[in-house]
Design a protein. Sequence first.
Length: 377
Amino acid sequence: MATLRDVIYENVREGAPELCGKLDRNRLRCFSCGHRCPIPEGQAGVCKVRYNQGGTLYVPWGYVAGVQCDPIEKKPFFHAYPGSLAYSFGMLGCDLHCSYCQNWVTSQALRDSDAVSLPLRAAPESLAQDAIRQGAKVLVSTYNEPLITSEWAVEVFKAARAAGLKTAFVSNGNGTPEVIRFLQPWVDLYKVDLKSFDDRHYRQLGGRLEPILETIRALYSMGIWLEIVTLLIPGFNDSNDELCRLAEFLASVSPDIPWHVTAFHKDYRMMDPADTKPSDLLRAAEIGRRFGLRYVYAGNLPGQVKSLENTSCHHCGALLVKRHSYLVQEYRVTRTGTCPACSTPVPGRWALEFDGQITSTPFLPRNRSSMFTILNR
Ligand code: SF4
């Protein structure tokens, strides 16, 4: 019986030339994430899904390992088409190995035998058409780390754009200038998970801080709509000092970048820290505001974080979007994306109208079984 690795290695295509360089002795350099792996002949990179065979880089292609219809607030994007449906797909693998990963079943499938995930054959046009059928506005590459499967994401996004959809990445942000340039024509929205502001913490997770900061700067300067999430883990990344440095950095890129601080709960292998309390989120949010961030949100503890689930005008304080968890309860942004009380522009991507919300809880696409076949194992 074929192993998961065999199946993954059979569902590939040559990598994009923009994301690969030649080294000596038939080695290759991959530019798809901040590791910039030198890959010897016959071996794979750190992510285990991109590999060198005969001096050619092969990359994942033609499958998904999870498809779900999510409210866009779950990604989370709060300043991009509130209430819309985000048709979300993932592949397998990750370039980091966070011990608290909430998507470990797909992200760690090639490292951890407990992570059982069935890859399903998929075509870009079918994904885009199914997204339309479900009522989605945005098609999102998420669940695993999408940077390591950028070629497939772009192929799916081309079909999505042709079908009239917006596109998004939900990513750890461990990018390179090459991969961000490769994505820029095809990605409308980008969420970066800024996990810490301490390089030592990033090294525990298998990465480095600097490539993530470079990616945030690059995305903002290229005009891709950007929101940042920090999962607040007691004792790991929640010291005042670290949060101050993080907030100061974000504000230096732009005070208009929304920052979501979200509550940790015990998951995967990280069982020691206590769950994040509402007071921890409020403290982090206060630090964000003190450093000038205009849109700070607290997530994962609905109803316990005062007004930090809502969007308010930074100029006059008027309520713009009222939320409870992923549910949009009120929507007051004007057709031109401004505050109705003082006409201040609200940064983000806004629809002409709020059309109501298809769902405030995730659901599996209807008629899923007729769309996907399990890859042979
Ligand atoms: S995507 Fe990242 S981890 Fe994977 S081979 Fe390329 S540089 Fe290495």
